[in-house]
Design a protein around this ligand. Structure first.
Ligand code: HBI
Ligand code: FE
Length: 293
């Protein structure tokens, strides 16, 4: 089927929106860009990324250099947790995305960001998806969580609570933090693949850091254009997976009934607060203000 990507490219895709990665088409310059992004982010993540992420990059040999070939990467990953990586040209429709996750297939971008987008891009390119998301799929508990999320999303499709599910994905899989005996660490792919947010999310006094509460974060809006104003903290991946074992039915009933939506920066009386942020960064205009300064 022919689709038009959000960048306006016309692409022939399979019914499940996958394409061949055509790994042989990547140029030496693109492989070199991956290597520079990889080296810089690994250096940045010393003492910041959770151990399970670092372990995943080693188990999957991502440090071998160059943009990973999804066929070889999937062979290694499948042997560990049954997941494979499939190439897609852009974001795919929610129901397609959930079906891939529910079947342990992770859709990853088949392109790499341009030199001018090295530090920030909105589209999920191969660096965001494979460096940010794939290493944790080698962790059995997180791998189970991602499949459970896909199945939860499929159940949510007909219930009008998709927005709540998207917030769960955003505040855990993309921007989640985890407590460890040696301090707070990053597990969210959106932070792991971002140089500046790897620092901001842990060190800056501006954002809130609140303990994971499934219903609360499902009712809290998020930022797509700038650093998060609240990060949600878990104590373990078992805690995250455990949250998906409840019967989502009553939860969806409550979410449908309440229609409550909290702004991204609020702190509520019942929150377990690790850090109450000043919101100084957001109040000063965030990324755009910084760029203008
Ligand atoms: N498609 N390729 C791709 N990658 C994503 O992360 C993605 C998507 N489609 C929908 C989506 N994420 C979000 O809406 C999820 O919260 C469901
Ligand atoms: Fe992502």
């Amino acid at each position: 089927m022919l689709i038009t990507t959000r960048q306006g490219r016309k692409v022939e895709v399979n019914d499940d929106y996958t394409v061949d990665q055509h790994w042989e088409h990547f140029t030496a310059e693109e492989h070199d860009r991956w290597d520079r992004l990889y080296a810089r982010q690994c250096e940045m993540l010393e003492g910041r990324a959770c151990d399970e992420f670092i372990e995943g990059t080693h188990l999957l040999k991502l440090s071998d250099g160059g943009i990973p070939n999804f066929i070889e990467l999937s062979e290694r990953l499948k042997a560990l947790t049954g997941w494979t990586v499939v190439a897609v040209p852009d974001l795919v429709p929610d129901e397609v995305f959930f079906d891939h996750l529910a079947n342990r297939r992770f859709p990853a971008g088949n392109f790499i960001r341009s030199e001018s987008e090295l530090d920030y891009l909105q589209e999920p390119d191969v660096f965001h998806d494979v460096f940010g998301h794939v290493p944790l799929l080698a962790n059995p508990v997180f791998a189970d969580y991602m499949e459970a999320y896909g199945k939860g999303g499929q159940r949510a499709m007909g219930r009008g609570v998709l927005k709540n599910l998207a917030r769960l994905y955003w505040y855990t899989v993309e921007f989640g933090l985890i407590n460890t005996p040696r301090g707070m660490r990053i597990y969210g792919a959106g932070i792991l693949s971002s140089k500046a947010e790897s620092i901001f999310s842990l060190d800056d006094k501006s954002p809130n850091r609140i303990h994971f509460d499934l219903k609360r974060l499902m009712q809290t809006d998020y930022r797509i254009d700038d650093f998060q104003q609240t990060y949600w903290v878990i104590d373990s991946f078992e805690e995250l997976l455990g949250a998906t074992y409840q019967d989502f039915g009553p939860l969806y009933d409550a979410l449908e009934a309440s229609k409550t939506v909290h702004a991204p920066d609020v702190v509520l009386p019942d929150d377990t607060v690790h850090h109450k942020g000043s919101q100084a960064y957001a109040n000063a205009g965030g990324r755009l203000a910084k760029a203008a300064s």
